[in-house]
Ligand binder design. Structure first.
Ligand SMILES: N[C@@H](CCC(=O)N[C@@H](CS)C(=O)NCC(=O)O)C(=O)O
Length: 228
């Protein structure tokens, strides 16, 4: 069986769906080539049919002799591969524990699907917004309804966890990497219609969770190295 020894991640020059993968690779010590492409480069890759689902991120994994093991798209598939390549440190070889991690990875999709669909509604067959006011109203509505109900469920899971990690794992799992990245995006104030700090002001336990994740030595070292 091929052993994975390195990863080349291709994504845009933003945090987005790339950041949980970058942080997970850094946490596990998997060498990562972090390729950040412009919109034009992305279009060229798409036209050359180099991207499985016409979207980024895409990751190629290599063995210790530099031979390609696989090239995969889809953030969660990439996260699982990063975790498995690292001896399941952020996932689990135990089926029951891995299923707990999986359910929170899928929950992340439920939590953010409506908000993500508001970014490019046309891509999923929805009508474009008439104007910015309509777009912001829609996002505020999603925040007040979907987020408020689903974040209660996240709050409950965090309260039940003995370790503070969402799936009760001893170390942060890839579900924590995915959830914290998306929660951080929503709370940063970058999404028009959702006030900065919306999540942490309503759900302090989620705020504590984000702080716990940010305080990981590996994450602090990652961002410190990015600033130099
Ligand atoms: N289900 C995919 C969604 C990926 C996705 O939405 N990628 C966006 C960037 S965050 C993209 O490639 N957008 C460009 C486009 O669709 O033209 C995943 O989780 O990786």
């Amino acid at each position: 069986m091929a052993k994975i020894a390195a990863c080349k991640l291709t994504y845009f020059p933003i945090k987005g769906k790339g950041e949980p993968i970058r942080l997970a690779a850094n946490y596990s010590g998997l060498p990562l080539e972090d390729v950040r492409v412009s919109r034009e480069e992305f279009q060229a890759m798409r036209e050359a049919k180099e991207i499985p689902f016409n979207q980024l991120p895409v990751a190629e994994f290599f063995d210790d002799e530099g031979r390609s093991v696989c090239k995969v798209a889809q953030t969660r598939a990439i996260l699982r591969t990063v975790a498995r390549a690292s001896g399941d440190r952020m996932y689990s070889s135990d089926l029951g524990q891995a299923a707990q991690v999986d359910q929170f990875l899928d929950f992340e999709e439920d939590l953010f699907a409506a908000m993500r669909s508001s970014i490019f509604p046309g891509r999923i067959g929805m009508d474009e917004y008439k104007d910015d006011a309509e777009k912001e109203a829609r996002r505020a509505h999603v925040a007040e309804t979907v987020f408020t109900t689903k974040l209660e469920l996240l709050d409950r899971a965090l309260s039940a966890s003995q370790t503070g990690w969402v799936a009760g794992t001893g170390e942060p799992s890839i579900a924590d990497f995915a959830l914290t990245a998306s929660l951080g995006w929503i709370d940063s104030g970058i999404v028009d219609g959702v006030p900065q700090g919306f999540v942490v002001s309503k759900f302090p336990r989620v705020g504590t969770y984000l702080e716990k994740f940010a305080a990981l030595e590996e994450n602090k070292a990652y961002y410190a190295s990015k600033e130099t």
